[in-house]
Design a protein around this ligand. Structure first.
Ligand SMILES: [Zn+2]
Length: 119
């Protein structure tokens, strides 16, 4: 499993229908998003896809778009491939394997990329 890079996180954020904020300093010395005007007060202002909130946002979006079943089939194949190749303590429960925030976000990203490549 690989970590998500910035481009991946941006893509997932846009899949959620949200703005991937771009920092801009205002004339008053505040910071806001260059694209949507969101007032930026925190050092980390874009989604990191490591929190339960990110997990549920993606899960709900997949369901809302009617894409859950297709994603689940993909995730199931990946799980099967993983438990076949990892000999040491395989996670035998598919839901337990899937309900893991970094893994889930990574899988959604991989699935979206694969879907994009389809004709
Ligand atoms: Zn923004």
């Amino acid at each position: 499993m690989n970590d998500l890079n910035e481009e991946d996180r941006k893509w997932l954020t846009e899949y959620l229908g949200e703005c991937w904020h771009e920092l801009k300093e205002t004339e008053y010395g505040d910071f806001e998003c260059n694209k949507c005007g969101f007032e930026i007060r925190k050092r980390v202002f874009n989604r990191v896809f490591t929190t339960p909130g990110d997990f549920f946002a993606l899960k709900d979006k997949l369901a809302k778009k009617g894409e859950w079943d297709k994603f689940e089939s993909y995730a199931h194949r990946e799980w099967w491939r993983t438990i076949k190749t990892i000999v040491l303590e395989p996670e035998k429960s598919f839901p337990n394997w899937l309900i893991n925030t970094p893994r889930f976000c990574w899988l959604v990203n991989e699935w979206l990329k694969e879907k994009e490549d389809e004709p």
